[in-house]
Design a protein around this ligand. Structure first.
Ligand code: FES
Length: 578
Protein backbone atom coordinates (compact mmCIF):
# COMPACT_ATOMS: atom_id res chain seq x y z
CA UNK A 1 0.00 0.00 0.00
CA UNK A 2 3.05 2.27 0.27
CA UNK A 3 3.49 4.84 -2.48
CA UNK A 4 6.39 4.34 -4.87
CA UNK A 5 9.18 6.80 -4.05
CA UNK A 6 11.99 7.99 -6.38
CA UNK A 7 15.25 6.10 -5.91
CA UNK A 8 17.77 7.78 -3.61
CA UNK A 9 21.02 9.19 -4.96
CA UNK A 10 24.34 8.58 -3.14
CA UNK A 11 24.35 12.17 -1.86
CA UNK A 12 20.88 11.60 -0.35
CA UNK A 13 22.19 8.83 1.90
CA UNK A 14 22.17 9.55 5.63
CA UNK A 15 25.75 8.21 5.84
CA UNK A 16 26.81 10.84 3.29
CA UNK A 17 26.64 13.39 6.12
CA UNK A 18 29.42 11.49 7.90
CA UNK A 19 31.53 10.35 4.95
CA UNK A 20 30.68 12.32 1.81
CA UNK A 21 31.09 16.01 2.60
CA UNK A 22 34.37 17.92 2.54
CA UNK A 23 34.93 19.31 6.00
CA UNK A 24 37.07 18.70 9.03
CA UNK A 25 34.68 16.20 10.65
CA UNK A 26 34.27 14.09 7.50
CA UNK A 27 38.03 13.99 7.14
CA UNK A 28 38.23 12.48 10.63
CA UNK A 29 35.41 9.98 9.91
CA UNK A 30 37.08 8.81 6.71
CA UNK A 31 40.53 8.67 8.27
CA UNK A 32 39.18 6.48 11.08
CA UNK A 33 37.45 4.14 8.61
CA UNK A 34 40.73 3.91 6.68
CA UNK A 35 42.45 3.14 9.99
CA UNK A 36 40.32 -0.05 10.04
CA UNK A 37 41.56 -0.98 6.57
CA UNK A 38 38.63 0.21 4.42
CA UNK A 39 39.16 2.24 1.24
CA UNK A 40 36.91 5.29 0.74
CA UNK A 41 35.04 3.69 -2.15
CA UNK A 42 34.05 0.75 0.09
CA UNK A 43 31.99 2.80 2.56
CA UNK A 44 31.31 6.19 0.96
CA UNK A 45 28.49 6.68 -1.53
CA UNK A 46 27.06 3.25 -0.67
CA UNK A 47 24.22 2.29 1.69
CA UNK A 48 25.77 1.57 5.09
CA UNK A 49 23.75 -1.19 6.73
CA UNK A 50 23.81 -1.81 10.47
CA UNK A 51 23.53 -5.45 11.45
CA UNK A 52 22.06 -5.18 14.92
CA UNK A 53 23.06 -8.51 16.41
CA UNK A 54 21.70 -9.97 19.67
CA UNK A 55 24.22 -12.82 19.66
CA UNK A 56 25.99 -13.56 22.95
CA UNK A 57 27.84 -16.40 24.64
CA UNK A 58 24.92 -16.87 27.05
CA UNK A 59 22.06 -17.06 24.55
CA UNK A 60 21.52 -20.60 23.17
CA UNK A 61 18.66 -19.41 20.96
CA UNK A 62 21.08 -17.04 19.18
CA UNK A 63 24.24 -19.19 19.28
CA UNK A 64 24.42 -19.19 15.46
CA UNK A 65 23.84 -15.46 14.98
CA UNK A 66 27.56 -14.67 15.12
CA UNK A 67 27.99 -16.77 11.92
CA UNK A 68 24.70 -15.59 10.43
CA UNK A 69 25.90 -11.99 10.66
CA UNK A 70 28.65 -13.02 8.20
CA UNK A 71 26.00 -14.36 5.80
CA UNK A 72 24.11 -11.06 6.07
CA UNK A 73 27.37 -9.17 5.41
CA UNK A 74 27.98 -11.32 2.31
CA UNK A 75 24.56 -10.31 0.96
CA UNK A 76 25.09 -6.62 1.75
CA UNK A 77 28.45 -6.58 -0.03
CA UNK A 78 27.03 -8.46 -3.04
CA UNK A 79 24.37 -5.77 -3.42
CA UNK A 80 26.89 -2.92 -3.21
CA UNK A 81 26.33 -1.91 0.40
CA UNK A 82 28.68 -1.65 3.34
CA UNK A 83 27.93 -3.74 6.47
CA UNK A 84 28.60 -2.65 10.05
CA UNK A 85 27.86 -5.16 12.81
CA UNK A 86 26.60 -3.51 16.00
CA UNK A 87 26.14 -5.80 19.04
CA UNK A 88 23.02 -5.27 21.16
CA UNK A 89 21.70 -6.71 24.42
CA UNK A 90 21.07 -10.43 23.90
CA UNK A 91 18.15 -10.99 26.33
CA UNK A 92 18.59 -14.75 26.78
CA UNK A 93 15.20 -15.78 28.12
CA UNK A 94 16.39 -18.58 30.43
CA UNK A 95 19.16 -16.64 32.14
CA UNK A 96 18.21 -12.96 32.46
CA UNK A 97 16.65 -12.20 35.88
CA UNK A 98 14.26 -11.16 37.22
CA UNK A 99 12.78 -11.37 33.71
CA UNK A 100 13.74 -10.34 30.18
CA UNK A 101 10.53 -8.30 30.07
CA UNK A 102 12.21 -5.79 32.37
CA UNK A 103 14.74 -5.21 29.59
CA UNK A 104 12.62 -5.36 26.39
CA UNK A 105 12.34 -1.57 26.44
CA UNK A 106 16.07 -1.34 27.17
CA UNK A 107 16.78 -3.25 23.92
CA UNK A 108 14.25 -1.08 22.09
CA UNK A 109 16.02 2.06 23.32
CA UNK A 110 19.41 0.59 22.51
CA UNK A 111 18.34 -0.35 18.96
CA UNK A 112 16.87 3.09 18.30
CA UNK A 113 19.94 4.88 19.63
CA UNK A 114 22.42 2.59 17.85
CA UNK A 115 20.72 3.45 14.59
CA UNK A 116 20.39 7.14 15.40
CA UNK A 117 23.92 7.75 16.58
CA UNK A 118 25.86 5.83 13.92
CA UNK A 119 26.44 6.61 10.23
CA UNK A 120 23.93 4.07 8.93
CA UNK A 121 21.29 4.15 6.22
CA UNK A 122 19.42 0.94 6.98
CA UNK A 123 19.38 -2.05 9.30
CA UNK A 124 19.18 -5.82 9.43
CA UNK A 125 17.92 -6.93 12.84
CA UNK A 126 19.03 -10.35 14.13
CA UNK A 127 16.91 -11.80 16.93
CA UNK A 128 14.26 -14.33 17.84
CA UNK A 129 14.44 -15.27 21.53
CA UNK A 130 11.19 -13.94 23.05
CA UNK A 131 11.73 -10.24 23.82
CA UNK A 132 14.37 -9.61 21.16
CA UNK A 133 11.87 -9.54 18.29
CA UNK A 134 9.65 -6.80 19.78
CA UNK A 135 12.64 -4.98 21.30
CA UNK A 136 14.47 -4.76 17.96
CA UNK A 137 11.35 -3.90 15.99
CA UNK A 138 10.11 -1.26 18.45
CA UNK A 139 13.47 0.54 18.21
CA UNK A 140 13.57 0.23 14.42
CA UNK A 141 9.99 1.49 14.04
CA UNK A 142 10.76 4.55 16.16
CA UNK A 143 13.96 5.32 14.25
CA UNK A 144 12.21 4.52 10.95
CA UNK A 145 15.23 3.77 8.78
CA UNK A 146 14.78 1.00 6.18
CA UNK A 147 14.95 -2.20 8.24
CA UNK A 148 14.46 -5.91 7.77
CA UNK A 149 14.09 -8.49 10.54
CA UNK A 150 15.99 -11.80 10.36
CA UNK A 151 14.44 -14.40 12.70
CA UNK A 152 16.86 -16.76 14.47
CA UNK A 153 14.67 -19.75 13.58
CA UNK A 154 13.41 -22.54 15.84
CA UNK A 155 15.65 -25.30 17.18
CA UNK A 156 15.11 -28.88 15.94
CA UNK A 157 12.52 -31.16 17.57
CA UNK A 158 13.52 -32.58 20.95
CA UNK A 159 13.27 -36.30 21.61
CA UNK A 160 12.87 -38.66 24.57
CA UNK A 161 12.42 -42.39 24.02
CA UNK A 162 11.11 -41.72 20.52
CA UNK A 163 8.62 -39.10 21.73
CA UNK A 164 8.99 -35.57 20.35
CA UNK A 165 9.77 -32.98 23.01
CA UNK A 166 9.06 -29.25 22.90
CA UNK A 167 11.01 -26.86 25.11
CA UNK A 168 8.83 -25.32 27.78
CA UNK A 169 5.56 -27.15 27.08
CA UNK A 170 7.10 -30.53 27.84
CA UNK A 171 9.19 -29.06 30.64
CA UNK A 172 6.02 -28.11 32.54
CA UNK A 173 4.30 -31.38 31.63
CA UNK A 174 7.08 -33.70 32.80
CA UNK A 175 7.87 -31.52 35.86
CA UNK A 176 4.30 -32.17 37.01
CA UNK A 177 4.73 -35.89 36.23
CA UNK A 178 7.92 -35.92 38.32
CA UNK A 179 6.21 -34.12 41.22
CA UNK A 180 3.31 -36.59 40.99
CA UNK A 181 5.78 -39.53 41.06
CA UNK A 182 4.87 -40.72 37.54
CA UNK A 183 8.40 -40.51 36.10
CA UNK A 184 11.81 -41.10 37.73
CA UNK A 185 14.75 -38.78 38.32
CA UNK A 186 16.60 -40.71 35.60
CA UNK A 187 13.75 -40.08 33.14
CA UNK A 188 13.87 -36.40 34.08
CA UNK A 189 17.61 -36.27 33.35
CA UNK A 190 17.12 -38.00 29.98
CA UNK A 191 14.47 -35.39 29.11
CA UNK A 192 16.95 -32.66 30.09
CA UNK A 193 19.44 -34.20 27.63
CA UNK A 194 16.98 -34.44 24.75
CA UNK A 195 14.73 -31.42 24.93
CA UNK A 196 17.02 -28.83 23.31
CA UNK A 197 18.98 -30.63 20.56
CA UNK A 198 20.30 -27.66 18.55
CA UNK A 199 20.72 -23.91 18.57
CA UNK A 200 17.66 -21.82 17.72
CA UNK A 201 14.70 -20.54 19.70
CA UNK A 202 12.08 -22.69 21.44
CA UNK A 203 10.49 -25.09 18.97
CA UNK A 204 6.88 -24.82 20.17
CA UNK A 205 4.40 -22.06 19.30
CA UNK A 206 5.64 -20.09 22.29
CA UNK A 207 6.45 -16.42 22.44
CA UNK A 208 9.50 -16.67 20.16
CA UNK A 209 7.69 -18.53 17.34
CA UNK A 210 4.62 -16.30 17.77
CA UNK A 211 6.61 -13.06 17.62
CA UNK A 212 8.70 -14.06 14.60
CA UNK A 213 5.50 -15.14 12.81
CA UNK A 214 3.96 -11.78 13.71
CA UNK A 215 7.03 -10.02 12.30
CA UNK A 216 6.54 -11.94 9.05
CA UNK A 217 2.78 -11.31 8.94
CA UNK A 218 3.42 -7.59 9.50
CA UNK A 219 5.66 -7.67 6.43
CA UNK A 220 8.96 -7.10 8.26
CA UNK A 221 10.78 -10.33 7.17
CA UNK A 222 11.48 -12.09 3.91
CA UNK A 223 8.81 -14.58 2.86
CA UNK A 224 8.92 -17.77 4.93
CA UNK A 225 11.86 -16.56 7.04
CA UNK A 226 10.22 -17.15 10.42
CA UNK A 227 9.65 -20.88 9.93
CA UNK A 228 13.13 -22.02 8.81
CA UNK A 229 14.78 -24.14 11.53
CA UNK A 230 17.97 -22.48 12.78
CA UNK A 231 20.38 -25.27 11.65
CA UNK A 232 18.79 -25.69 8.17
CA UNK A 233 20.99 -24.52 5.28
CA UNK A 234 18.07 -22.42 4.03
CA UNK A 235 18.68 -20.21 7.05
CA UNK A 236 22.08 -18.78 6.04
CA UNK A 237 20.76 -18.39 2.48
CA UNK A 238 17.82 -16.40 3.84
CA UNK A 239 20.28 -14.25 5.83
CA UNK A 240 22.29 -13.41 2.70
CA UNK A 241 19.06 -12.56 0.83
CA UNK A 242 18.04 -10.25 3.69
CA UNK A 243 21.42 -8.52 3.40
CA UNK A 244 20.94 -8.00 -0.35
CA UNK A 245 17.38 -6.79 0.09
CA UNK A 246 18.35 -4.32 2.84
CA UNK A 247 20.55 -2.43 0.34
CA UNK A 248 17.71 -2.20 -2.19
CA UNK A 249 15.37 -0.97 0.56
CA UNK A 250 17.71 1.94 1.28
CA UNK A 251 17.78 3.03 -2.38
CA UNK A 252 13.98 2.65 -2.49
CA UNK A 253 13.61 4.42 0.87
CA UNK A 254 11.24 1.72 2.16
CA UNK A 255 10.82 2.27 5.89
CA UNK A 256 9.01 0.42 8.71
CA UNK A 257 6.22 3.01 8.82
CA UNK A 258 5.59 2.41 5.10
CA UNK A 259 4.92 -1.22 6.02
CA UNK A 260 3.18 -0.94 9.40
CA UNK A 261 -0.48 0.00 8.96
CA UNK A 262 -3.79 -0.72 10.67
CA UNK A 263 -4.35 -3.46 8.09
CA UNK A 264 -0.93 -5.09 8.51
CA UNK A 265 -1.40 -5.05 12.30
CA UNK A 266 -4.80 -6.73 11.82
CA UNK A 267 -3.05 -9.33 9.64
CA UNK A 268 -0.57 -9.95 12.46
CA UNK A 269 -3.37 -10.37 15.02
CA UNK A 270 -5.21 -12.77 12.70
CA UNK A 271 -2.08 -14.88 12.24
CA UNK A 272 -1.47 -14.78 16.00
CA UNK A 273 -4.98 -16.01 16.76
CA UNK A 274 -4.96 -18.71 14.06
CA UNK A 275 -1.62 -20.01 15.32
CA UNK A 276 -2.91 -20.31 18.88
CA UNK A 277 0.01 -18.04 19.73
CA UNK A 278 1.45 -16.76 22.98
CA UNK A 279 -0.49 -14.29 25.13
CA UNK A 280 2.75 -12.29 25.51
CA UNK A 281 2.43 -11.27 21.87
CA UNK A 282 -0.57 -9.10 22.75
CA UNK A 283 1.54 -6.83 24.94
CA UNK A 284 4.35 -6.69 22.37
CA UNK A 285 2.13 -6.03 19.37
CA UNK A 286 0.31 -3.22 21.19
CA UNK A 287 3.70 -1.65 21.97
CA UNK A 288 4.95 -2.07 18.38
CA UNK A 289 1.76 -0.64 16.89
CA UNK A 290 1.77 2.35 19.22
CA UNK A 291 5.37 3.08 18.19
CA UNK A 292 4.03 3.35 14.62
CA UNK A 293 1.24 5.69 15.72
CA UNK A 294 -1.46 2.99 15.56
CA UNK A 295 -3.68 3.03 18.65
CA UNK A 296 -4.18 -0.69 19.11
CA UNK A 297 -6.41 -1.77 22.01
CA UNK A 298 -7.24 -5.10 23.66
CA UNK A 299 -10.75 -5.01 22.21
CA UNK A 300 -9.34 -5.34 18.66
CA UNK A 301 -7.68 -8.61 19.70
CA UNK A 302 -10.99 -9.89 21.00
CA UNK A 303 -12.87 -8.88 17.84
CA UNK A 304 -10.37 -10.68 15.63
CA UNK A 305 -10.19 -13.60 18.04
CA UNK A 306 -13.94 -14.18 17.74
CA UNK A 307 -13.80 -14.52 13.94
CA UNK A 308 -10.54 -16.51 13.68
CA UNK A 309 -10.30 -20.26 14.31
CA UNK A 310 -7.06 -21.88 15.49
CA UNK A 311 -5.80 -23.81 12.45
CA UNK A 312 -2.20 -24.63 13.47
CA UNK A 313 -1.86 -27.98 15.18
CA UNK A 314 1.14 -26.88 17.24
CA UNK A 315 2.06 -27.20 20.91
CA UNK A 316 1.11 -26.03 23.44
CA UNK A 317 -2.49 -25.88 22.07
CA UNK A 318 -1.93 -28.74 19.56
CA UNK A 319 0.36 -31.64 18.82
CA UNK A 320 3.29 -30.77 16.53
CA UNK A 321 6.49 -28.69 16.68
CA UNK A 322 8.02 -25.93 14.55
CA UNK A 323 10.23 -28.24 12.48
CA UNK A 324 7.06 -30.13 11.46
CA UNK A 325 5.36 -26.80 10.67
CA UNK A 326 8.24 -25.84 8.36
CA UNK A 327 7.97 -29.08 6.39
CA UNK A 328 4.19 -28.67 6.25
CA UNK A 329 4.75 -25.45 4.28
CA UNK A 330 5.57 -22.95 7.03
CA UNK A 331 3.98 -19.56 7.55
CA UNK A 332 3.43 -18.71 3.83
CA UNK A 333 1.36 -21.89 3.36
CA UNK A 334 -0.40 -21.20 6.66
CA UNK A 335 -1.36 -17.71 5.49
CA UNK A 336 -2.86 -19.09 2.27
CA UNK A 337 -5.43 -20.86 4.48
CA UNK A 338 -6.28 -17.48 6.07
CA UNK A 339 -6.54 -15.59 2.76
CA UNK A 340 -10.15 -14.60 3.34
CA UNK A 341 -9.29 -13.03 6.71
CA UNK A 342 -6.15 -11.13 5.63
CA UNK A 343 -5.56 -7.90 3.71
CA UNK A 344 -3.34 -9.23 0.95
CA UNK A 345 -2.52 -5.81 -0.53
CA UNK A 346 -0.30 -4.86 2.45
CA UNK A 347 3.26 -3.99 1.40
CA UNK A 348 6.20 -5.98 2.82
CA UNK A 349 9.99 -5.65 3.00
CA UNK A 350 10.27 -7.83 -0.10
CA UNK A 351 8.98 -4.86 -2.10
CA UNK A 352 5.92 -6.95 -2.96
CA UNK A 353 2.54 -7.33 -1.32
CA UNK A 354 1.70 -10.07 1.14
CA UNK A 355 -0.58 -11.63 -1.47
CA UNK A 356 2.24 -11.73 -4.05
CA UNK A 357 4.62 -13.22 -1.47
CA UNK A 358 2.38 -16.18 -0.64
CA UNK A 359 0.89 -16.75 -4.11
CA UNK A 360 2.88 -19.95 -4.73
CA UNK A 361 2.83 -21.39 -1.22
CA UNK A 362 1.25 -24.81 -0.64
CA UNK A 363 0.24 -26.85 2.40
CA UNK A 364 2.04 -30.23 2.46
CA UNK A 365 0.47 -31.64 5.63
CA UNK A 366 -3.20 -30.79 6.26
CA UNK A 367 -3.09 -32.28 9.75
CA UNK A 368 -0.54 -29.67 10.87
CA UNK A 369 -1.84 -26.70 8.85
CA UNK A 370 -5.60 -27.01 8.87
CA UNK A 371 -8.32 -25.19 6.95
CA UNK A 372 -10.87 -22.77 8.41
CA UNK A 373 -13.47 -25.55 8.09
CA UNK A 374 -11.29 -28.16 9.82
CA UNK A 375 -9.90 -26.12 12.71
CA UNK A 376 -8.33 -27.20 16.00
CA UNK A 377 -10.49 -24.77 17.91
CA UNK A 378 -13.44 -22.92 16.42
CA UNK A 379 -12.75 -19.53 18.02
CA UNK A 380 -9.50 -17.62 18.45
CA UNK A 381 -6.72 -18.50 20.78
CA UNK A 382 -7.06 -15.62 23.20
CA UNK A 383 -10.09 -14.13 24.93
CA UNK A 384 -10.08 -10.67 26.50
CA UNK A 385 -12.13 -10.60 29.72
CA UNK A 386 -13.36 -7.56 31.62
CA UNK A 387 -15.12 -6.86 34.89
CA UNK A 388 -14.71 -5.31 38.31
CA UNK A 389 -11.58 -7.40 38.94
CA UNK A 390 -9.91 -6.15 35.74
CA UNK A 391 -11.34 -2.82 34.56
CA UNK A 392 -8.46 -2.46 32.06
CA UNK A 393 -8.96 -6.05 30.89
CA UNK A 394 -7.12 -9.35 31.19
CA UNK A 395 -6.47 -12.24 28.83
CA UNK A 396 -6.91 -16.01 28.75
CA UNK A 397 -6.15 -18.78 26.27
CA UNK A 398 -9.37 -20.85 26.24
CA UNK A 399 -7.85 -23.32 23.76
CA UNK A 400 -5.16 -24.25 26.29
CA UNK A 401 -7.54 -24.65 29.28
CA UNK A 402 -9.79 -27.49 30.45
CA UNK A 403 -13.27 -26.69 29.12
CA UNK A 404 -14.92 -26.78 32.57
CA UNK A 405 -13.04 -23.60 33.58
CA UNK A 406 -14.52 -21.52 30.77
CA UNK A 407 -17.48 -20.90 33.04
CA UNK A 408 -16.58 -21.17 36.70
CA UNK A 409 -17.32 -19.89 40.20
CA UNK A 410 -14.95 -20.67 43.04
CA UNK A 411 -13.37 -19.35 46.25
CA UNK A 412 -10.11 -17.40 45.96
CA UNK A 413 -6.88 -18.57 47.58
CA UNK A 414 -4.69 -15.46 47.61
CA UNK A 415 -0.90 -15.31 47.57
CA UNK A 416 0.43 -11.82 48.20
CA UNK A 417 3.56 -12.41 46.07
CA UNK A 418 5.60 -15.14 44.36
CA UNK A 419 7.62 -16.08 47.45
CA UNK A 420 4.45 -16.46 49.52
CA UNK A 421 3.01 -18.75 46.84
CA UNK A 422 6.23 -20.81 46.56
CA UNK A 423 6.34 -21.32 50.34
CA UNK A 424 2.69 -22.43 50.59
CA UNK A 425 1.73 -24.26 47.42
CA UNK A 426 3.01 -27.73 48.32
CA UNK A 427 1.87 -27.78 51.96
CA UNK A 428 -0.09 -30.95 52.76
CA UNK A 429 -2.59 -28.94 54.84
CA UNK A 430 -3.24 -26.27 52.16
CA UNK A 431 -6.97 -25.49 52.17
CA UNK A 432 -7.58 -26.04 48.46
CA UNK A 433 -9.78 -28.04 46.11
CA UNK A 434 -9.81 -28.24 42.33
CA UNK A 435 -12.57 -25.58 42.33
CA UNK A 436 -10.40 -23.08 44.19
CA UNK A 437 -9.23 -20.05 42.21
CA UNK A 438 -5.51 -19.43 42.81
CA UNK A 439 -4.74 -15.68 42.91
CA UNK A 440 -1.25 -14.20 42.70
CA UNK A 441 -0.76 -10.50 43.56
CA UNK A 442 2.16 -8.13 43.00
CA UNK A 443 3.48 -9.80 39.85
CA UNK A 444 2.69 -7.06 37.29
CA UNK A 445 4.86 -4.55 35.41
CA UNK A 446 5.87 -2.65 38.56
CA UNK A 447 5.13 -5.31 41.17
CA UNK A 448 7.06 -8.26 39.68
CA UNK A 449 9.02 -6.20 38.81
CA UNK A 450 8.91 -6.50 35.03
CA UNK A 451 5.80 -8.70 34.87
CA UNK A 452 7.54 -12.10 35.12
CA UNK A 453 6.11 -15.29 33.62
CA UNK A 454 4.58 -16.57 36.87
CA UNK A 455 1.00 -16.75 35.61
CA UNK A 456 0.91 -20.54 35.26
CA UNK A 457 0.89 -21.02 39.04
CA UNK A 458 1.85 -24.57 39.98
CA UNK A 459 -0.97 -26.98 40.82
CA UNK A 460 -0.76 -27.72 44.59
CA UNK A 461 1.06 -31.00 45.18
CA UNK A 462 -1.82 -32.56 47.11
CA UNK A 463 -4.12 -32.03 44.10
CA UNK A 464 -1.49 -33.26 41.62
CA UNK A 465 -1.40 -36.54 43.54
CA UNK A 466 -5.17 -36.83 43.01
CA UNK A 467 -4.72 -36.41 39.23
CA UNK A 468 -5.68 -32.71 39.00
CA UNK A 469 -3.76 -31.08 36.11
CA UNK A 470 -5.60 -27.77 35.63
CA UNK A 471 -7.10 -25.08 37.87
CA UNK A 472 -8.32 -21.52 37.40
CA UNK A 473 -5.46 -19.14 38.15
CA UNK A 474 -5.52 -15.32 38.08
CA UNK A 475 -2.64 -12.86 38.22
CA UNK A 476 -1.30 -9.59 36.86
CA UNK A 477 1.79 -11.43 35.59
CA UNK A 478 2.45 -13.01 32.20
CA UNK A 479 2.74 -16.67 31.23
CA UNK A 480 5.37 -18.28 29.04
CA UNK A 481 4.08 -18.84 25.53
CA UNK A 482 5.02 -22.47 26.01
CA UNK A 483 2.65 -22.80 29.00
CA UNK A 484 -0.96 -23.89 29.12
CA UNK A 485 -3.88 -24.18 31.49
CA UNK A 486 -6.79 -22.06 32.75
CA UNK A 487 -4.63 -19.04 33.51
CA UNK A 488 -6.04 -15.52 33.48
CA UNK A 489 -3.20 -13.08 32.93
CA UNK A 490 -2.24 -9.41 32.49
CA UNK A 491 -4.90 -8.17 34.93
CA UNK A 492 -4.93 -4.39 34.53
CA UNK A 493 -4.43 -2.22 36.42
CA UNK A 494 -1.96 -4.28 38.42
CA UNK A 495 -2.25 -4.96 42.16
CA UNK A 496 1.06 -3.27 43.08
CA UNK A 497 -0.41 0.09 42.04
CA UNK A 498 -3.71 -0.57 43.86
CA UNK A 499 -5.73 -2.26 41.09
CA UNK A 500 -8.75 -4.30 42.28
CA UNK A 501 -6.65 -7.50 42.27
CA UNK A 502 -4.93 -6.05 45.36
CA UNK A 503 -8.26 -6.11 47.22
CA UNK A 504 -9.06 -9.82 46.77
CA UNK A 505 -9.04 -11.87 50.00
CA UNK A 506 -8.95 -15.61 50.48
CA UNK A 507 -12.49 -16.98 50.43
CA UNK A 508 -13.93 -14.29 48.11
CA UNK A 509 -15.95 -15.83 45.30
CA UNK A 510 -14.68 -15.22 41.77
CA UNK A 511 -16.71 -15.87 38.63
CA UNK A 512 -15.53 -16.24 35.06
CA UNK A 513 -17.62 -16.62 31.93
CA UNK A 514 -15.33 -16.75 28.92
CA UNK A 515 -18.08 -16.91 26.28
CA UNK A 516 -19.39 -13.59 27.61
CA UNK A 517 -15.86 -12.28 28.26
CA UNK A 518 -16.67 -11.60 31.91
CA UNK A 519 -14.63 -11.78 35.12
CA UNK A 520 -16.25 -10.80 38.39
CA UNK A 521 -15.20 -10.53 42.03
CA UNK A 522 -18.37 -11.23 43.99
CA UNK A 523 -17.77 -8.65 46.71
CA UNK A 524 -19.97 -5.57 47.16
CA UNK A 525 -18.72 -2.16 46.05
CA UNK A 526 -19.09 -0.96 49.64
CA UNK A 527 -16.81 -3.71 50.94
CA UNK A 528 -14.30 -3.10 48.16
CA UNK A 529 -14.24 0.62 49.01
CA UNK A 530 -13.57 -0.22 52.66
CA UNK A 531 -10.70 -2.50 51.64
CA UNK A 532 -9.37 0.18 49.28
CA UNK A 533 -9.21 2.67 52.18
CA UNK A 534 -7.24 0.13 54.25
CA UNK A 535 -4.86 -0.77 51.38
CA UNK A 536 -1.37 0.69 51.49
CA UNK A 537 1.26 0.61 48.77
CA UNK A 538 4.40 -1.51 49.11
CA UNK A 539 7.74 0.32 48.96
CA UNK A 540 9.05 0.90 45.39
CA UNK A 541 11.00 -2.03 43.95
CA UNK A 542 13.85 0.17 42.75
CA UNK A 543 15.40 3.35 44.13
CA UNK A 544 18.07 3.83 41.46
CA UNK A 545 19.31 2.90 37.99
CA UNK A 546 17.44 1.40 35.08
CA UNK A 547 14.93 -0.26 37.43
CA UNK A 548 13.85 3.15 38.70
CA UNK A 549 13.52 4.46 35.15
CA UNK A 550 11.41 1.39 34.33
CA UNK A 551 9.17 1.79 37.40
CA UNK A 552 8.62 5.48 36.79
CA UNK A 553 7.69 5.18 33.14
CA UNK A 554 6.32 1.71 32.28
CA UNK A 555 2.69 1.55 31.18
CA UNK A 556 0.21 -1.17 32.14
CA UNK A 557 -0.22 -4.39 30.15
CA UNK A 558 -3.23 -3.15 28.17
CA UNK A 559 -1.06 -0.29 26.87
CA UNK A 560 1.89 -2.51 25.89
CA UNK A 561 4.23 -1.94 28.88
CA UNK A 562 6.20 0.61 26.87
CA UNK A 563 7.78 3.69 28.44
CA UNK A 564 5.56 6.76 28.20
CA UNK A 565 8.39 8.84 26.72
CA UNK A 566 9.11 6.30 23.95
CA UNK A 567 5.64 6.16 22.44
CA UNK A 568 4.86 7.86 19.15
CA UNK A 569 4.35 11.62 19.04
CA UNK A 570 7.65 12.90 20.39
CA UNK A 571 10.00 13.56 17.46
CA UNK A 572 13.71 12.99 18.18
CA UNK A 573 16.08 14.89 15.88
CA UNK A 574 18.86 13.15 13.99
CA UNK A 575 22.23 14.08 15.54
CA UNK A 576 24.10 17.14 14.35
CA UNK A 577 27.42 16.11 12.76
CA UNK A 578 29.98 18.34 14.50
FE1 FES B 1 14.88 -18.32 23.77
FE2 FES B 1 12.60 -19.84 24.39
S1 FES B 1 14.42 -19.47 25.55
S2 FES B 1 13.05 -18.64 22.70
Amino acid sequence: MAEKKPLKRPEDLRSHRWFGVNDLRSFAHRARMKQMGYAREEFSGRPVIAIVNTWSDINPCHAHLRERAEDVKRGILQAGGFPLELPAMSLAEPFVKPTTMLYRNFLAMETEELLRSHPVDGAVLLGGCDKTTPGLLMGAISMNLPAIFVPAGPMLNGNWEGRPLGMGSDTWKYWNELRAGKITEQDWEEIENGIAPSHGHCQVMGTASTMTAIAEALGMTLTGASSIPAPDSNHPRMCASAGRRSVEMVWQDQKPRDIMSTESVDNAITVHMALGGSTNAIIHLIAMARRAGIDLTLSRFDEISRRTPVIANLRPAGEFLMEDFYYAGGLPAFMTCLRDLLTLTCMTVTGKTLGENIARAKVHNPDIIRTLENSIYAEGATAVLQGNLAPGGCVMKPAAAEAKFLIHRGPALVFRDYNHMAAEIDRDDLDVTEDTVLVLQNAGPQGGPGMPEWGMLPIPKKLLAKGVRDMLRISDSRMSGTSYGACILHVAPESFTGGPLALVETGDMIETDVANRRIHLDVSDEQLNQRRRRWSALPPRYERGYGKLFSNHVSQADKGCDFDFLEDGFPTPDPEIH
